[in-house]
Ligand binder design. Structure first.
Ligand code: PMP
Ligand code: GLN
Length: 378
């Protein structure tokens, strides 16, 4: 057969995770916590299972959860999303992103993607016949040049994909960035897909600039989010997307045949848990402390860094250590030093020379101390 994705191999998260297991390395590669999620939350899921929430949930999502999400947007951003018409629960953000792209992208449509980019975006565009138009962001600032974006927008541009806080670089888009995006796309029907899975992990007093804060963007945007990130249970694979009614109606045409509905007791448990907003509002402080612990401990190492502004990832530059390319270096560190990371070039086919690795700091303090000890010896 003729592959629809001839250039796609196995995702780096599987490659590095397998290598980490094989060499019994500390695994700071794939982004997931090595500590348990709150027992109160699993108890609520258990209660839901014992209270009859065991058959199909409604296609769009369990109503209490839709309401909890709608209230969150009202409280945090003063933004309105109708719980039943403008929010849909997804099987993680990955499914939401794929379904949005497949609902709107036709052969020949262009989708602007900022590189480095999280690895599920481009294959989803290409398998639907779309063309990814890349805009390169450069280390260490990873700043968007909006003049360049203006030159890449064409009559074929159907969608612009943004991600703030940004995986893998750990940078955030500023209010000024969002204003530029709004200005550039005003009076167009370009859809913005805003991946905001790390919305509750923004540091140093900065504010998350959700697309819903900008009225002219909100009316053309999807937001995708992931409870796996927010509640430390990436394996549960539950998230959601929000969009204005007309866009959401179109989205659900695909969603209903792509997944139909999502794990019912988990939805109900999360809905009950979210009644206390501190369950997600405390994340900024929680993860900032982890970032600071990690960075203080590697201050004397040969790695260079700018502190992560958001996400639970820290990128480290290693040109003072070796000339090796990042894939070889990441594999060698896993094998010989027992510490696994993600080489940044996998998120960016055009930038093979950057000497940058991504480390996940969603780990116990004990794990971070052990990891830092190793990094200081390299
Ligand atoms: N977008 C980004 C930027 C991510 O980092 C991730 C997961 N790490 C996802 C989407 C996918 O989220 P989920 O695990 O809920 O599918
Ligand atoms: N989003 C996670 C990361 O960036 C990985 C999720 C996955 O393995 N697909 O590490």
């Amino acid at each position: 057969f003729l592959s629809k994705l001839p250039n796609v191999g196995t995702t780096i998260f599987t490659v590095m995770g397998t290598l980490a297991n094989k060499h019994k390395a500390i695994n700071l590669s794939q982004g997931f916590p090595d500590f348990p999620s709150d027992k109160k939350l699993s108890d609520l899921v258990y209660t839901a299972m014992n209270s009859g929430y065991n058959q199909y949930a409604s296609m769009a999502g369990q109503i209490d959860l839709l309401l909890a999400i709608s209230n969150k947007y009202q409280d945090l951003y003063n933004a309105q999303y109708h719980p039943e018409k403008e929010i849909t629960i997804t099987a993680g953000a990955t499914q939401g992103i794929y379904t949005i792209i497949s609902a709107f992208i036709r052969p020949g449509d262009e989708v602007i993607i900022f590189k480095p980019a999280y690895d599920c975006y481009q294959p989803a565009v290409e398998v639907n016949g779309g063309k990814a138009v890349s805009i390169q962001l450069s280390a260490p600032e990873y700043k968007v040049d909006w003049n360049e974006v203006a030159t890449k927008i064409s009559s074929k541009t159907k969608m612009i994909l943004i991600n703030t806080p940004h995986n893998p670089s750990g940078t955030i888009l500023s209010k000024e960035d969002m204003m530029q995006l709004q200005k550039l796309t005003k009076d167009t029907d370009i859809i913005i897909l805003s991946d905001e899975v790390y919305e509750h992990m923004v540091y140093d007093g900065e504010k998350h600039q959700s697309v819903c804060l900008f009225p002219d963007l909100k009316k053309r945007s999807f937001i995708t989010a992931s409870f796996g990130k927010t509640f430390h249970n990436t394996g549960w694979k539950v998230g959601y997307c929000c969009a204005p009614e007309a866009l959401m109606r179109e989205y659900r045409k695909v969603h209903q045949f792509n997944v139909f509905s999502v794990n019912h007791p988990v939805q109900k448990g999360i809905a009950d848990y979210m009644q206390d907003p501190n369950t997600y509002l405390g994340l900024n402080t929680f993860f900032q402390q982890k970032r600071d612990l990690f960075l203080n401990l590697i201050q004397e190492s040969r790695f260079k860094f700018q502190p992560s502004q958001g996400t639970y990832f820290q990128v480290l530059e290693y040109s003072a250590i070796t000339d090796e390319n990042d894939v070889d270096f990441a594999k060698r560190l896993t094998r010989d030093y027992k510490i696994a990371s993600i080489p940044l070039s996998v998120f960016n086919e055009n930038q093979k020379d950057d000497k940058v690795l991504r480390f996940c700091f969603a780990k116990t303090d004990e794990t971070l101390v052990k990891a830092a000890e190793i990094l200081c010896k390299i």
